[in-house]
Unconditional design. Structure first.
Ligand SMILES: [Zn+2]
Length: 260
């Protein structure tokens, strides 16, 4: 990266909080991550022990923070999060890590140095839509966040337990913000935890809307030109980050113990 590119990247992310120390940045990321699990729990994205959201450590860039295996999303606090290294070992915090979480997320974090976070769960509408093995259409303004910015991983071979499959998912995702894992569910990424989690929430709802609209009739699509313009507006990392802020405030107010 040249100095000019570095400056441009900084300018593009003017809205992000500034930190004096790496510890502050880590704490901020962990707070956003714990809040995200509470939101996933609140929205009913849980299916048994499936699902994981990860946040890259700001110092050890090949390590990530994740939910401890088997703990309800609705009970997760900052102090429950575990730090996993590049070999899948828990190096901080108590509890294990879901094998699938490591297999998928370690490959994603390695393939996409630009992303800080990745979110995946077996949410109902995402799972239903994933069985169709096709991309979402630009049916609504919100759906345009994914216009030409998501992919389908069209290769279901059972529970992901192998890093090699994680690599193939990362390959399918390429430089997009989301990938539909066929017969499985949704996966989203972002430059912040806030953004990755917002994309997940709005993608789940986008799947619900398309399923409902198609069940009711033949929806009108937003044309290519308008979808492209709208994608730049609602699909920008800033838009994703911004949309998460009221949700964060709401869940912290409702469940302040998540910060413990
Ligand atoms: Zn899964």
């Amino acid at each position: 990266m040249t100095d000019t590119q570095r400056e441009t990247a900084r300018d593009d992310r003017w809205y992000l909080p500034k930190y004096d120390t790496v510890e502050e940045e880590r704490q901020h990321r962990k707070q956003r991550l714990a809040a995200s699990f509470r939101l996933f729990g609140k929205f009913g994205f849980e299916e048994g022990v499936a699902g994981h959201i990860t946040a890259r450590d700001p110092e050890q860039l090949d390590h990530f923070w994740v939910n401890p295996f088997g703990m309800s999303f609705s009970h997760i606090s900052v102090s429950d999060l575990v730090l996993v290294n590049s070999r899948g070992e828990v190096v901080e915090g108590e509890g294990g890590v879901n094998t699938a979480a490591f297999a998928i997320h370690s490959a994603l974090h390695e393939a996409r140095p630009d992303i800080i976070a990745a979110a995946h769960s077996h949410s109902l509408y995402g799972k239903a839509w994933s069985s169709l093995g096709r991309l979402l259409d630009p049916l609504t303004q919100d759906a345009c966040a994914f216009y030409e910015d998501h992919a389908v991983f069209d290769d279901y071979t059972g529970v992901v337990l192998d890093v090699e499959e994680g690599k193939r998912i990362a390959h399918a995702l390429a430089d997009a913000k989301a990938v539909i894992l066929r017969n499985h569910g949704l996966l989203t990424v972002g430059q912040t935890v806030d953004e990755a989690v917002w994309w997940f929430i709005t993608m789940e709802r986008t799947c619900q809307v398309q399923l409902m609209a198609q069940a009711a009739g033949t929806p009108e699509l937003i044309d290519e030109e308008q979808a492209t313009i709208t994608a730049k507006q609602v699909g920008h990392p800033l838009a994703g980050w911004l949309s998460f802020q009221p949700l964060y405030d709401r869940i912290v107010k409702e469940q302040p113990d998540l910060l413990d």
